[in-house]
Design a protein. Structure first.
Length: 256
């Protein structure tokens, strides 16, 4: 009998996977049995994650890719298929969050964040969807944030970041309408504050950290593994009836 959440024989691409949430996702996908392409802008760092994947007992591949560059994205997908035979799962995770007051933000800073955090998701999703459609099965999981506006929250000094994360939710819902009939489920995981390099400006300031913890019923900052577990679930057969959804993983923050 097949064990739950088994991803044996599946091939996953995880962008922004050299550290933090992306690395946690890559390792947990490997533990679930998937072969994992570890993609980021630093191939040497990606290779270190691949070595960890091999110690787990799965297979991996390090690929350097700038997700804002269509040619590099298409080459990443091509290499994945050449080396691992197919692509079943895409986790769009690559993102940046440079803190800057809105009134001081330059056009170049705005464009850079939207290019990485939103355009990159579009380019990667489009490239893998064309391959997934051929076999009528796929999972695209986009990492957003509780800082996504509407049912989420805004966050001071991160106007561009919040705008991009809200865009990811809208992108996901629309892709689900277009791709689910073709066998490709598309969903969002929206993390709260997670203990990563990106969140250091928030969690290393004790006053800010305590203010945030006071709003989180779980009483702790999240870990990359908390997000990874949600991704593995959405990538599995058990989540077959879920598409176009946003799964918030925030320790109960938004419930307040």
């Amino acid at each position: 009998m097949k064990k739950p959440f088994d991803l044996t024989n599946k091939v996953a691409i995880v962008t922004g996977a050299r550290r933090g949430i992306g690395k946690g996702i890559a390792l947990m996908l490997a533990r679930a049995g998937a072969k994992v392409v570890v993609s980021d802008i630093d191939e040497n760092e990606c290779q270190k994650v691949v070595e960890e994947i091999k110690k787990i007992g799965s297979d991996g591949l390090a690929i350097k890719c700038d997700v804002t560059n269509r040619k590099e994205v298409e080459e990443m997908v091509k290499k994945t298929i050449e080396k691992l035979g197919k692509v079943d799962i895409l986790v769009n995770n690559a993102g940046i969050a440079p803190f800057k007051p809105f009134l001081e933000m330059t056009e170049e800073e705005w464009d850079r964040v939207l290019a990485v955090n939103l355009k990159g998701y579009y380019l990667c999703a489009q490239a893998v969807a064309k391959e997934m459609i051929k076999k009528g099965w796929g999972r695209i999981i986009n990492i957003a944030s509780v800082a996504m506006g509407q049912v989420g929250i805004g966050f001071p000094n991160l106007t561009h970041y919040c705008a991009s994360k809200g865009g990811i939710v809208a992108l996901t819902e629309t892709l689900a309408l277009e791709l689910t009939p073709k066998g490709i489920n598309v969903n969002v995981v929206s993390p709260g504050v997670i203990a990563t390099e990106m969140a250091k400006p928030v969690i290393e300031d004790e006053k800010t950290k305590q203010a945030i913890l006071a709003r989180i019923p779980k009483g702790r900052v999240g870990q990359p593994e908390d997000i990874a577990a949600a991704v593995v679930f959405l990538a599995s057969e058990e989540a077959d009836y879920i598409s176009g959804a946003t799964l918030v993983v925030d320790g109960g923050w938004l419930a307040g």
